[in-house]
Design a protein around this ligand. Structure first.
Ligand SMILES: [Zn+2]
Length: 110
């Protein structure tokens, strides 16, 4: 009695397909197992590479922090927060109307 690893179909004695092939989804049992194993290995390799990269970047960050500590000893004066968005609008001169009087004597732009 073989159960298909892909579709879960339990092989019957009356099934006509060769005994290495699933009658329902037509996959080859051993090929499917092999492929699943390869995928698992690839996934494990990828995870290992990711973990290694994380460890290296952590070490790199520590090295940079150590180097920066020698150059910039005053950590307390760093800006923690980004400038408030309320400060994005800057003061500017109000545009003057052409009909406003200019100077000491009353005069007008034409
Ligand atoms: Zn199947």
């Amino acid at each position: 009695m073989i159960t298909c690893p892909k579709c879960g179909y339990v092989r019957q004695t009356t099934d006509l397909t060769p005994d290495y092939e699933c009658p329902k989804c037509k996959i080859c049992y051993s090929k499917f197992e092999l492929q699943k194993q390869k995928e698992a290995e690839a996934e494990a390799e990828r995870l290992e590479a990711e973990r290694q990269a994380a460890v290296e970047s952590e070490a790199q960050r520590e090295r940079l922090a150590a180097a920066a500590a020698e150059v910039f000893p005053v950590e307390a004066q760093r800006t923690v927060w980004a400038p408030s968005s309320a400060a994005l609008e800057i003061a500017m001169v109000m545009p003057r109307s052409l009909k406003d009087p200019v100077g000491f004597k009353p005069s007008y732009f034409t």
